[in-house]
Design a protein around this ligand. Structure first.
Ligand SMILES: Nc1ncnc2c1ncn2[C@@H]1O[C@H](COP(=O)(O)OP(=O)(O)OP(=O)(O)O)[C@@H](O)[C@H]1O
Length: 531
């Protein structure tokens, strides 16, 4: 197996591609709406210059058309963005499903949740609004300047100076200030969330140690940092922004227009006043969104990072023709570290194979590799004679079932957990699997209150419900007493000997390992692996 890691999935751009035609159409419609609004202003200028009621009617018609076109543009853009978001969420979730086990552990559950939820949502402005805002910004001011020159000549351009300054402040200075503060705000918000999370997660520990002072103090300090950060943001970003709008744009535009045009006739003056105001509006709207653009770009780069992660190799094979599992000179690396070095063994159908070895030797890594969740750097793993990497993603689960060491019980009902393995099973079958695992709980009971041993046996019940010919179990008896462990082992023997499965069990219990049909001892790589 020379290239165990498949190429990564398409980038963010690839996920966006199907939405681009609709987003382009939306941008053109938005720019058209901007031009229609400008023509409405132009009609008003004509009305002021004495062209009468017809011009007012044309202005109203242009505004109505502009509103309709603007609504259509917004609908198109949001529809396309909604579909893009849905596609991207599926892509991010699928990518997480396909990552090798060692890479997936680099992403905490919370980090994955933020990628699928918050980071995808943060792209909204970038995708749904920015293209339309840029198109409007390029077309509308250019058309307004042409009209202004035609009506009032070059002197009228003086009235644009405050607007241009306002736009420059909005598009140049404020985003820079805001970016500094945006990064600080994000850091402070993360600090608060972490402090709250730490406090909530630590309640159990604080109860035992009798003090939560440190966590509460961290939380108070994080809130204080947030409050002072917001005050600083208002002082350095929000206030200059308000000044840019109130003074630079409207008041100063009117003052200059009056200064240069007080001797003009009313129609020229009206043209200068109305057109100079409508000219900077698109820049101000864009300026408002630049904060979101910075946040969206940060989210996009985090999502790109996940999409660039390697994927597990997957072929197109369906369920295997045979039902044993073999490892042939398998080497597995976890990150830079060689964990398994040339391990070979066979676990035939109808038998139990016990995997033993010291803590950290690589037993769990071996099970993940056998399940196809951690690629082998060299060597081959065969399920029923088929390389595990050759199965398509759906068939792999039908060929081999992995029950990991604890932790695969979802916070749902017992029945819902069991139906993950057997979606169509009736209550009687689910109850029988629970009985084989030696646990007496109701199917509608929540899993939150189950003890460690009960959770372990609930996981085991899934092994008795599954149909995969190869069953891999990671320390299934570690939380059970001697008697319960022996009873469970007897059920595993029945699974192997009566149902004909190839059962591979990692265990630290020498008594149980001695009862297995075969034993494989894993020793840390470098010491040589015993076959
Ligand atoms: N995601 C990971 N990133 C980095 N190192 C890892 C990762 N997963 C496992 N390892 C390392 O690989 C080695 C083998 O781990 P593994 O869990 O397979 O051992 P084990 O034999 O099952 O141990 P135990 O008996 O204690 O459960 C350990 O040194 C562990 O620290």
């Amino acid at each position: 197996m020379s290239n165990p890691i498949a190429p990564s999935s398409p980038s963010l751009r690839g996920v966006l591609a199907p939405s681009i035609p609709a987003l382009l159409a939306a941008a053109i419609a938005a720019a058209g709406a901007g031009l229609l609004s400008l023509s409405a202003v132009w009609c008003l200028v004509r009305a002021v210059s004495g062209e009468g009621a017809a011009s007012v009617l044309w202005a109203c018609a242009a505004w109505i058309a502009a509103a309709a076109l603007s609504a259509a543009a917004a609908w198109l853009a949001h529809h396309a963005e909604g579909r893009f978001e849905a596609r991207l969420r599926r892509r991010v979730a699928a990518q997480a499903m396909r990552m090798p086990a060692d890479r997936l552990t680099a992403y905490s559950t919370d980090r994955l949740r933020r990628l699928v939820s918050d980071d995808v949502a943060a792209l909204h402005h970038l995708v749904a609004h920015l293209p339309s805002e840029i198109a409007t910004l390029l077309l509308v001011p250019a058309a307004a300047i042409v009209l202004l020159l035609a009506v009032a000549g070059p002197a009228a351009l003086l009235a644009l100076v405050p607007g241009a300054l306002a736009a420059a402040v909005y598009l140049g200075v404020i985003p820079r200030l805001s970016a500094q503060h945006g990064a600080q705000r994000a850091e402070v918000m993360t600090g608060i969330t972490t402090a709250v999370d730490d406090y909530a997660r630590g309640i159990e520990v604080f109860r035992l140690s009798g003090s939560a002072q440190g966590a509460l103090a961290d939380y108070a300090a994080a809130v204080e940092r947030f409050t002072s950060g917001m005050v600083a943001w208002a002082r350095r970003v929000a206030t200059p922004a308000a000044i840019a709008v109130a003074l630079l744009q409207a008041a100063a535009s009117l003052a200059i227009a009056y200064a240069v045009g007080s001797s003009w006739d009313v129609s020229r003056l009206a043209a200068v006043l109305l057109l100079s105001l409508s000219l900077v509006a698109p820049a101000l709207r864009l300026g408002h969104g630049l904060d979101y653009v910075a946040a969206g770009r940060a989210s996009a780069s985090r999502i790109e990072g996940l999409l660039a992660e390697p994927q597990l190799p997957a072929g197109e094979r369906g369920a295997p023709p045979g039902d044993d599992v073999r490892a042939d000179e398998v080497c597995v690396r976890v990150g830079e570290r060689l964990v398994l070095d040339g391990l070979s063994f066979a676990a035939p159908a109808g038998s139990i194979t016990a995997i033993t070895g010291p803590s950290g030797a690589g037993k769990s890594t071996l099970l993940r590799a056998l399940a196809g969740l951690q690629p082998a750097a060299t060597g081959e793993i065969l399920i029923g004679g088929t390389p595990v990497s050759a199965f398509d993603e759906d068939s792999r689960h039908h060929a081999v079932q992995l029950i990991p060491q604890g932790g695969d019980v979802l916070p749902a009902s017992v029945g819902d957990n069991l139906r993950l393995t057997a979606p169509g099973a009736d209550d009687e079958r689910l109850g029988a699997a629970l009985a084989r695992a030696g646990i007496a709980v109701r199917l509608d009971e929540g899993t939150e209150r189950l003890s460690g041993g009960e959770r372990q046996r609930l996981s085991m019940a899934r092994a008795f419900l599954g149909t995969a010919p190869v069953v891999l179990l990671d320390e299934p008896t570690s939380a059970l007493d001697r008697c319960a462990a022996d009873r469970l082992w007897a059920q595993l023997e029945a699974l192997a000997h009566d149902d004909g499965r190839a059962v591979v069990v990692v265990t630290h219990d020498p008594a149980l390992a001695a009862r297995a049909d075969r034993q494989v001892a894993v020793v840390p790589a470098g010491d040589g692996a015993v076959r």
